[in-house]
Unconditional design. Structure first.
Length: 308
């Protein structure tokens, strides 16, 4: 068995995966705040899952961890995981002695890309587009995760598509993330709501001008990211995941409309059939935890073994 963890800001998803790539056990635990608490979360989550699944310590061969923040290429060190209160942490060094198995660490979006690829069938090429507080992508082709020269491949959220648009946290204006990231939308909406993006969609349906503008911007941003992934990497399919995709058909309808509008004025864009190449990751899919498990089991972490 291999174990994978998706460490989120409040919850950690943990799965056990067999040699055929099948998830045999899954659970969620609360995520601690700060490096010591995150370390404890990983150790306790692995042990709790093993107890729930009836696994002995010797049955677990590897642990893979997907975590927000920057993972330095070729290492297990994460930096700037601000949503977890972690400035710098070498996770393998922190949890390895307690777990007694090899530990690999990957950015959570890249891990989710590997998991989504496996869930999608594990063939061809895929761009996984994560729509959450921010926007980022992971690209997988023939089971191999593309990280790029410095590990920034897939950072499509910081491509500016409107120089006169809203200020992005990266310092540019009109970035895809500034228009479509859940955090940016919530800030610009400015209304107290448990689910700000859902609140924006409901208000847009009611004809509120600002909400209509924000909703339109989200659709334009996602459509732009889809075009970037297809026009740069020519992936077979773009799979959308992340918290914002809980909007389901309401989001997909808006994005399809944006893609159709660009196709109307360009025979080249029509030839790409973008609307047919965009799919939604099923709600509740443990893509990031699954991907982390597959990456954790790989002898060469540069190659994610999508079939286990």
């Amino acid at each position: 068995m291999k174990v994978g963890l998706d460490i989120g800001g409040t919850k950690t998803d943990v799965v056990a995966v067999d040699d055929l790539g099948r998830i045999t056990a899954r659970m969620r635990v609360a995520t601690g705040w700060g490096p010591d608490a995150v370390t404890a979360t990983v150790i306790e989550a692995v042990r709790a899952l093993a107890a729930q699944a009836g696994l002995t310590a010797s049955a677990i061969r590897s642990v893979g961890i997907g975590i927000p923040g920057q993972v330095e290429p070729g290492t297990t060190r994460v930096v700037h995981a601000v949503n977890l209160g972690v400035d710098e942490l070498d996770l393998a060094e922190a949890v390895g002695p307690a777990l007694g198995v090899p530990v690999h660490v990957e950015n959570d979006v890249k891990a989710a890309a590997v998991g989504a690829y496996a869930l999608h069938g594990g063939s061809g090429s895929m761009g996984y587009l994560n729509l959450g507080t921010g926007i980022a992508a992971g690209i997988v082709s023939d089971g191999v995760l593309w990280r790029g020269a410095r590990g920034t491949a897939g950072e499509v959220g910081h491509i500016s598509v409107d120089p006169a648009g809203p200020l992005c946290r990266c310092g540019q204006r009109g970035c895809i993330e500034a228009l479509g990231g859940g955090g940016s939308i919530a800030q610009r909406w400015g209304r107290d709501a448990a689910l700000p993006v859902l609140d924006v969609f409901d208000a847009a349906d009611a004809g509120v001008a600002l909400a209509m503008e924000l909703r339109s911007g989200l659709a334009r941003a996602v459509a732009a990211a889809v075009r970037v992934l297809v026009l740069t990497a020519d992936v077979d399919v773009v799979v959308l995941g992340g918290g914002v995709t809980a909007l389901g058909d309401r989001l997909m309808g808006d994005v399809a409309g944006e893609l159709a509008a660009s196709a109307e004025t360009s025979s080249f864009m029509r030839s790409l059939r973008l609307e047919e190449r965009v799919e939604l990751l099923p709600a509740g899919s443990p893509a990031a935890a699954l991907g982390a498990a597959l990456i954790g089991a790989s002898r060469d972490p540069e190659e994610a073994l999508a079939h286990g």
